[in-house]
Design a protein around this ligand. Structure first.
Ligand SMILES: [Zn+2]
Length: 393
């Protein structure tokens, strides 16, 4: 494992690697992988899938079982260029991995990390699509994994069949309480709970590298966010690229235009109002959310990171849900022109950001990369079942 503590000597323990934090001094660990790379161009493994083609910039070894088909090249959308007036609009399809969602990026990397550390029994908690992604990659890595999912979100699992090695545990509680209930139940069941923010960001970094590889001249990156792990992960990539001397194009200069569904726009409201830290009371978690996958307590942890990490000029904007609904057919058809098939019923994320793009004003010089983070059509095998339910409302 190519991680080190910036202040202590000697290799970190497995527990520290899992936490991505040094238990001796409390510092965050750092990846050393990219320090042995001569240039970004020479580091790309062009016969690999979207994640492991950047393995030389990742702190762990590639796992052939976790690799995916080659990525499609980002496509320029003339339809979106005409409608926005921007100079270029690129579509970066993040729905081509194992279970068809953006969550696969972190799941693939974290499954590899857990396997490399010898974790036999893992667990995650998530709002739905993320659980499927972790179960999928844990299965491919040959490790047991339990998924804790809010009872209200079980429909997100499609036809997933809970098994002894890959159980689904429903959490019947308010969204804000799911995380702590899942963690304590996992500890009682002898499972290692995955995964801290830094490891999730390692997975998302692959998208930053892909933007630099395929459309380096863009200056605005667009995505729908819940907690904002996506852009924080892209920033991990751009920081490393800078350290290895890659500063051309987007690696040297960029801003983010991020969007949230109007009914759960915790980050967008905080961003506009100039707030730097949130408490639990500030979270906008509606009882019947427009998009359940985007329900998250992560903004409590991520808002300060976003404030520190995002380049100047970055924005987080709420998109009214009726505007998203109205744009759904148009966006689905524009994406379809480029072979990007999204399942709007399964996840609305792709439409939220593009509806936001269509409603925003763009300079005629701007070049935009839209990270399409909705969901490809995907049906989990078996029937939707759960092992048991914890919590009780
Ligand atoms: Zn240390």
């Amino acid at each position: 494992m190519k991680v080190t503590c910036p202040t202590c000597d000697g290799p970190p323990s497995d527990a520290d690697v899992l936490a991505y934090r040094c238990s001796r001094c409390g510092a965050g660990l750092e990846s050393t992988a990219h320090r042995s790379v001569e240039s970004f161009e020479s580091a790309i493994l062009r016969d690999r899938g979207p994640v492991w083609r950047y393995e030389r910039l990742l702190p762990l070894g590639g796992d052939a079982m976790l690799d995916d088909p080659l990525p499609a090249r980002p496509a320029r959308s003339r339809a979106l260029e005409e409608r926005t007036g921007a100079a270029e609009v690129w579509l970066v399809d993040a729905t081509t991995l194992g279970t068809g969602t953006f969550k696969d990026y972190e799941a693939a990397v974290i499954a590899a990390m857990a396997a490399e550390l010898g974790v036999e029994r893992a667990s995650v908690h998530s709002t739905g699509n993320t659980a499927l992604a972790y179960l999928h990659y844990a299965r491919r890595a040959g490790r047991s994994c339990a998924a804790y999912v809010p009872a209200d979100n079980l429909s997100k699992l499609g036809a997933y069949e809970s098994t002894a090695a890959f159980p689904v545990i429903a959490v019947d509680a308010d969204y804000a309480d799911v995380s702590s209930l899942a963690k304590s139940d996992a500890a009682a069941s002898g499972r290692t709970h995955l995964a801290p923010m830094a490891w999730k960001l390692e997975g998302k970094a692959a998208i930053g590298y892909a933007i630099q590889e395929f459309c380096p001249d863009v200056d605005v990156i667009v995505q729908t966010v819940a907690g904002g792990y996506g852009p924080l992960g892209f920033e991990v990539a751009f920081r490393r690229l800078r350290e290895i001397g890659e500063t051309r194009g987007v690696a040297g200069r960029r801003r983010y235009a991020l969007y949230q569904a109007g009914d759960s726009a915790t980050l967008a409201r905080a961003w506009v109002e100039g707030i730097d830290e949130l408490s639990g009371d500030d979270l906008q978690l509606p009882e019947r959310p427009f998009e359940p996958t985007l329900q998250s307590t992560n903004p409590l942890a991520t808002l300060p990171e976003l404030r520190r990490g995002l380049p100047g000029g970055s924005t987080i904007t709420p998109v009214p849900t009726d505007e998203v609904e109205a744009a759904a057919d148009l966006v689905t058809s524009i994406l379809g022109e480029h072979g990007i098939r999204i399942d709007y019923a399964r996840e609305k994320s792709a439409v939220i950001s593009i509806a936001g793009v269509l409603a925003s004003r763009w300079a005629s010089t701007e070049r935009i990369a839209i990270v399409v983070s909705g969901s490809a059509p995907f049906t989990a095998p078996g029937r939707a079942t759960v092992e048991r339910t914890i919590g009780a409302r």
